[in-house]
Design a protein around this ligand. Structure first.
Ligand code: C5P
Length: 247
């Protein structure tokens, strides 16, 4: 699932309609190994958006579920039915919620006879810095909050976590080789869209070098004059990052 550099790139279809998603996909060339459907597109087009994406790549359905265990379990069961390969839940929802999500995904897969989607836990959103965490009552800083949530995710049996590239090396050292690390907050070194909402950012090359399994990018591809070239550039960066990993 994460063999080649292209299989380690996920492009977020952060667009308002299925028609716009189809337009964007037509400009992707060979495209990435993964496509991400988030709340915006899923809210606009629902399962049809997942099907459109699944026709071209593996689908990461990024709804970042965070609710009572029963509701999350039912949402995971519903989402698992559409051929989704990866789903997000908020690790901060706690062990009961995470276990309910895992059970629901396994039951849905057993019913359909298909593989269980990977369940990855969002740790601290890449848009949040120390001050934002403090505002919601987390006083120990980003690193220790990410570490706490990574431990929880691994303890309950999630397949991996979502974190920034800046935390990827520390997470990899903590979790071993098989636990998945998904890193959004990716910006080209010469990114001119300064002042967007991402705070903890890194290049795709740095993320891959630090141990990320899947690098998630949206605006730098969607806003590029040539999205296919932007995707190919990111794949080359990931390749270079993999080559720079310590043996
Ligand atoms: O446009 P940009 O590259 O910042 O998009 C990043 C994508 O990754 C968005 O779709 C966002 O929802 C998602 N994401 C994130 N931070 C997380 C989890 C997902 O930015 N912790």
């Amino acid at each position: 699932m994460f063999e080649s550099a292209r299989d380690r790139l996920c492009v977020g279809l952060d667009v308002p309609s299925l028609a716009r998603a189809e337009e964007v996909l037509a400009a992707f060339g060979t495209g990435p190994g993964w496509l991400k459907v988030g709340s915006e597109l899923f809210g606009a087009a629902g399962p049809a958006a997942v099907r459109a994406a699944a026709a071209r790549a593996r689908v990461f359905l990024d709804l970042k579920l965070h609710d009572i265990p029963n509701t999350v379990a039912r949402a995971v069961a519903a989402a698992s039915g559409h051929g989704v390969a990866m789903l997000t839940v908020h690790t901060a929802g706690g062990s009961q919620m995470l276990r309910a999500a895992l059970d629901a995904a396994a039951e849905a897969a057993a019913r359909s006879g298909g593989p269980r989607p990977l369940l990855v836990g969002v740790t601290v959103l890449t848009s949040m810095g120390e001050a934002d965490l403090k505002e919601v009552g987390v006083v120990g800083g980003v690193g220790s909050q990410v570490a706490r949530l990574v431990d929880l995710a691994q303890e309950v049996g999630l397949d991996g976590v979502v974190a920034s590239a800046g935390e990827a090396a520390a997470i990899r050292a903590r979790v071993g080789p098989d636990f998945r690390i998904v890193t959004p907050g990716i910006r080209p070194a010469d990114w001119s869209g300064a002042g967007d909402d991402q705070t903890r950012v890194a290049t795709a090359q740095a993320a891959a070098a630090a141990g990320a399994d899947l690098v998630v990018v949206a605006r730098p591809v969607l806003q590029a004059p040539d999205p296919a070239a932007a995707i190919d550039g990111l794949v080359a960066e990931i390749e270079a990052g993999l080559g720079a990993r310590p043996a």
